[in-house]
Design a protein. Structure first.
Length: 258
């Protein structure tokens, strides 16, 4: 009798382990598919994720190889690439309507910022996200909730150790600069109410990155334009309309720094 009970217990343990492994791989695959499918659909650029791993027991997780492509018309292969990202969430909320993420860190991301002083690639992605989340005014609240999917609460979001590659291109000057991306720290995102959607979270994060990118690009543009005006003065030439137009664009860019 004891042997039978022991065998039953062993079988139960094996079944539980198999079920846990199945859920684990299903969850990891679901995260990867969700990021790629909905990320690409909302941002209207290709979004790729190499792998995702989330522990149901500890709530810890890792993302590897996240790449956010560039909108059409921009030259570089990607706007944002991330080697690794780490998160810590409340395990009991994984299958709830509002997933609570305690911490999320993006370590050493590579950001490419392309601008002609009139528009830039990150702003285009933000505009795409805005258009995707505007929604149909005639939709019911239930339809909107179904379309948006799960909601999130992110208590602490940190981006650190990043690099930003600035590609400035105007009719009078071109400049490529690589600089350190200042640490970005966002807190209490979606803490109130039902939380925020993944698209809303993406907007907040990319908006914060763009703000820092604009500051660095404005500094690069200022140096490029100064060199151009100094050159025209040394040659005894007057500043052209192109310089004036670029200077106006720089002024608009500088306004965003404030």
């Amino acid at each position: 009798m004891k042997k039978i009970i022991l065998r039953i217990l062993v079988v139960l343990v094996i079944l539980i382990l198999m079920a846990a492994l199945a859920i684990h791989f299903f969850l990891d695959g679901a995260v990867k598919r969700g990021v790629e499918k909905y990320g690409s659909s909302l941002a209207k650029v290709e979004v790729k994720l190499q792998s995702a791993a989330v522990s149901l027991l500890s709530g810890s997780g890792k993302l590897k190889g996240l790449v956010v492509g560039n909108p059409e018309g921009y030259k570089s292969a990607s706007a944002i690439s991330l080697g690794t990202g780490a998160l810590s969430l409340e395990p009991r909320t994984i299958f709830a309507n509002k997933v609570v993420i305690r911490t999320f860190s993006m370590e050493a991301p590579e950001v490419t910022f392309e601008t002609d002083l009139k528009s830039n690639n990150l702003r285009k992605i933000l505009d795409n996200l805005e258009g995707s989340t505007a929604g149909d005014q005639n939709q019911t609240a239930k339809q909107k909730e179904s379309k948006e999917g799960k909601h999130l609460e992110v208590d602490d979001f940190v981006i650190r150790g990043g690099k930003i590659h600035i590609a400035l291109s105007t009719v009078i000057a071109s400049q490529s600069v690589t600089a350190d991306l200042p640490e970005i720290h966002l807190t209490e995102l979606g803490k109130e109410g039902n939380g925020i959607t993944a698209a809303e979270l993406a907007k907040k994060v990319i908006s914060a990155i763009e703000k820092e990118a604009v500051k660095l690009a404005a500094d690069a543009a200022s140096g490029a334009l100064q060199g151009k005006t100094d050159l025209t003065k040394n040659l005894g030439l007057s500043s052209t309309g192109s310089v004036s137009g670029a200077a106006k664009g720089l002024g608009d860019l500088l306004k965003k720094k404030k």
